[in-house]
Design a protein around this ligand. Structure first.
Ligand code: NAD
Ligand code: GLY
Length: 350
């Protein structure tokens, strides 16, 4: 098992290893004073891991209630959020009790936002069960729900008390969803760590789970500690995301987030190579690793279409968008880019 401390305003640990779900009760008791634990999960994950989590929490003296909602991004909305708050109130959950987010990023974001706002804030524990949640969404305290106008438009920065990542749960992930998480893992290599990138390039999908997840969490921890509220360095985590959001929106959200980010990273890399910001070799290595992981690198829509969708990116500041552009493997720069330059930048990378 690997333990990674996160020293944000409210500090906590991320524990990563095999079989950790069977320690959930004892771990929760360490960070939560109350006696009620509320498992929040989705309709795919709860049948797989809900019973183990419940039994284990009970063994450690918790009384356990569960709220399970239909799996998928469509549930990450105001209606599910309010249902969760009502469920907590009806079950007399108090401020010393704790919520357990058992699932992927959708469960984690929803539970975190409910925890941030119920009784003005109660404890929650992230138990990520997707690769994306393990390396990204469970760490760093961004919580949110979607609004009809766009994704993640209502939320809060609210750190968990603990992240418990049982790598065994990844075994039941559909391969396609695992690959989506790989796009985020590759992103960390491009952004910060050429040795991680090399390991991924060599091992492909057989990369060492615990070591790689722990390394990604360390990298995210470092960024989040430096910029907890996303005003500077944390923006780099958006590598591939601005253009990726455009690709996702153009597909009417039929293309997964991970695949859209892969396409976004490919487009910025090709454009960066054309502009001489990174070498052609660096760009080729990025395209090759994405393809080796079975991730797409072509958008299938025009620069104009992507430009229009990218304009609704909530990271836009007035007429400027901060593009994250690779200089070499392991280092990217933040480039404030005028809206009027964005379309030609995308065009060059298609
Ligand atoms: P998800 O939570 O929808 O999970 C994907 C699918 O896998 C779901 O159908 C789920 O039921 C299923 N699943 C989860 N774990 C499983 C398991 N172990 N075995 C079998 N099936 C399993 O999606 P995701 O990719 O984990 O997360 C995407 C969400 O994360 C988006 O809403 C995105 O906005 C959010 N996100 C948040 C942050 C953040 O910092 N808070 C960062 C990145 C993404
Ligand atoms: N996933 C982006 C962030 O946590 O900032």
């Amino acid at each position: 098992m690997k333990t990674i401390p996160v020293n944000t305003a409210n500090s906590y640990e991320v524990k990563i290893g095999a079989g950790l779900l069977c320690r959930l009760g004892d771990e929760a008791a360490e960070v939560c004073k109350g006696r009620t634990a509320v498992i929040i999960s989705d309709s795919n994950v709860f049948p797989l891991y809900g019973q183990t989590a419940t039994n284990n929490l009970k063994k450690s003296g918790f009384s356990v209630v569960s709220y399970v909602f239909p799996a998928g991004e469509a549930s990450k909305n105001g209606s599910t959020y309010l249902s969760i708050l009502n469920f907590l109130a009806e079950n007399h959950v108090t401020r010393t009790d704790c919520l357990i987010a058992l699932g992927g990023g959708v469960v984690g974001d929803m539970t975190g936002f409910a925890a941030a706002t119920y009784l003005r804030g109660i404890a929650y524990i992230q138990v990520p069960t997707t690769l994306l949640a393990a390396v990204d969404s469970s760490v760093g305290g961004k919580t949110a729900i979607d609004l009809p106008a766009g994704k993640n438009l209502a939320g809060a920065f609210y750190q968990p008390r603990l992240v418990l990542c049982d790598i065994d749960t990844l075994a039941t992930l559909p391969e396609d969803i695992f690959r989506d998480g790989c796009a985020e893992v590759i992103k960390y290599g491009i952004l910060y760590d050429s040795a991680l990138f090399d390991h991924l390039a060599e091992k492909g999908l057989c990369f060492h789970r615990e070591t790689v997840i722990a390394r990604c969490v360390e990298l995210k921890r470092d960024v989040v500690t430096e910029d907890e509220f996303d005003t500077g360095a944390r923006m780099k985590l958006n590598l591939g995301h601005t253009v990726g959001h455009g690709v996702e929106a153009q597909s009417n959200f039929t293309l997964s987030h991970g695949k859209a980010v892969a396409i976004g990273m490919a487009i910025v890399s090709r454009s960066a190579a054309k502009a001489g910001i990174c070498s052609q070799e660096c760009c080729d290595r990025i395209l090759n690793i994405l393809e080796d992981f079975g991730l797409p690198t072509a958008a299938g829509c025009t620069a104009g279409e992507l430009f229009t969708s990218a304009l609704s990116d909530k990271k836009r500041a007035g007429s400027t968008i901060h593009l994250i552009i690779p200089e070499r493997i392991g280092f990217c720069r933040i480039c404030p880019t005028g809206i009027n330059e964005l379309q030609s930048f995308i065009e060059a990378g298609l």
